[in-house]
Design a protein around this ligand. Structure first.
Ligand code: NDP
Length: 304
C-alpha cells in the first residue's frame, strides 16, 4: 500500500502527532516552572467505569502522558456494575481533594449511570473536559472557561496552518455533538469565522462542503466525506476515528473523510491516525495545567 505520508497525497499533511509532542514539551516546561516558582504540582484524576477495551487504552495513555509532563496522575477504576451513587461519591471525593486540579470521567458510562448527572456533579473549575454546563455557558457568553479538548486541539492545528487570524473564513462543521461539533462551531465563531453546522438532516451536504474554506468532520462514519465535495485548497480537519475491517482478520483506523480522494483537492488535511487524536490528550494536559493556574489565582500558562 502506498504510504500516504510519503508524497502520495497532493495536500499538505497536518502532523498532529508532531504538534502534540511539541505541545506536551511546552506543558512540561510550564509544569516545572509552576513547581519551582509556586510549589504546585498539577494533579489529574481519571475515572474509568467498566472494562471497555478502547477506554482502557485511552486511560492508560492519559495516565502515562500526565506523569511524563511532570503532573500527578490518579486513576480510579470502578466495575461495570457500579451504581450512579458510587460514581457520584468518587466525583465528590475528587472535588474535595486539593491535590486534584482536574477530573475526567471517561465516557461512555454504563447504561445505569446518568452521564449528564455525573458531569454536572464535577466542580466546574476542575472540569478539564469542558463538558459542564457552567463551562459551556461561560464559553458561550465569552467568559473564561475550560474548553473541550478535541475542539481545542483542532483550533491549534488550524491556527498553526492558517495563522492566528481566521477572520472571515467560511467554516463548515459536520456533526453537532456536545463534545465535538457544537463546541467546535463555537470556537470557530469566536475566531470570527462564518460558521455552518451540518448534521444528519442537512440537505445538500456536498454543496455545503464546496463552500467551506475550513471543513471539520465529526460524524463517526468511515470515509463519509468525499474528496470531490471539498473546495480546492480547503483545510480539512478529520476528527473521526473509525475502526474498519482490513481483511485477514485485521482492522485499521480511518477518519470520517475519504483521505485518498480528499488529498486531490484539499490544501491541507489531518491524517487518521496521527492528526486530531494525539492533540486530544495533549489538550487534556493543557487544560489540567490551565485549571491548576486558575485555581491558584495565576494567569493561564503561555503554551504558544
Ligand atoms: P456523535 O455520534 O455524537 O455525533 C455525530 C454527528 O454526526 C451527529 O451530530 C450527527 O447528526 C452527524 N451525522 C450523522 N450522520 C450524518 C450524515 N449522514 N450527514 C451529516 N451529519 C451526520 O459523534 P461524536 O461527535 O462524539 O464523534 C464524531 C467522531 O469523532 C467519531 O468518529 C468519534 O470517534 C470521533 N472522536 C474523535 C476524538 C478524537 O480525539 N480525535 C474525540 C471525540 C470523538 P445528528 O445530530 O442529526 O444525529
Amino acid at each position: 500500500m502506498t504510504d500516504r505520508r510519503d508524497g502520495a497525497c497532493g495536500a499538505e499533511i497536518i502532523d498532529g502527532k508532531a504538534f502534540a509532542a511539541g505541545l506536551r514539551q511546552r506543558i512540561g516546561r510550564e509544569v516545572a516552572r509552576l513547581k519551582a516558582e509556586h510549589g504546585i504540582t498539577p494533579g489529574l484524576a481519571v475515572v474509568l467505569v467498566g472494562e471497555d477495551p478502547a477506554s482502557q487504552v485511552y486511560v492508560r495513555n492519559k495516565g502515562r502522558q500526565t506523569r511524563e509532563a511532570g503532573m500527578k496522575s490518579e486513576e480510579i477504576r470502578l466495575p461495570a456494575t457500579a451504581t450512579q451513587e458510587e460514581v457520584l461519591a468518587v466525583v465528590d471525593r475528587l472535588n474535595a481533594d486539593p491535590a486534584i486540579n482536574g477530573i475526567l470521567v471517561q465516557l461512555p458510562l454504563p447504561a445505569q449511570v446518568d452521564e449528564l448527572a455525573v458531569i454536572d456533579r464535577i466542580d466546574p473549575d476542575k472540569d478539564v473536559d469542558g463538558f459542564h454546563v457552567v463551562n459551556v455557558g461561560r464559553r458561550m457568553v465569552g467568559m473564561r472557561a475550560l474548553v473541550p479538548c478535541t475542539p481545542l486541539g483542532c483550533m491549534m492545528l488550524l491556527r498553526d496552518r492558517l495563522g492566528q487570524d481566521l477572520s472571515g473564513q467560511k467554516a463548515l462543521v459536520v456533526g453537532r455533538s456536545n463534545i465535538v461539533g457544537k463546541p467546535m462551531a463555537q470556537l470557530l465563531l469566536d475566531a470570527n469565522c462564518t460558521v455552518t453546522i451540518a448534521h444528519s438532516r442537512t440537505r445538500d451536504l456536498p454543496g455545503e462542503c464546496a463552500r467551506a474554506d475550513i471543513l471539520v468532520a465529526a460524524v463517526g462514519r468511515p470515509n463519509f466525506i468525499q474528496g470531490e465535495w471539498i473546495k480546492p485548497g480547503a483545510t480539512v480537519i478529520d476528527v473521526g476515528i473509525n475502526r474498519i475491517d482490513a481483511g485477514a482478520g485485521k482492522t485499521r483506523l480511518v477518519g470520517d473523510v475519504d483521505f485518498e480522494s480528499a488529498c486531490r483537492l484539499a490544501g491541507a488535511i489531518t491524517p487518521v491516525p496521527g492528526g486530531v487524536g494525539p492533540m486530544t490528550i495533549a489538550c487534556l494536559l493543557a487544560n489540567t495545567l490551565t485549571a491548576t493556574c486558575y485555581q491558584a489565582g495565576l494567569p493561564a500558562p503561555d503554551l504558544d
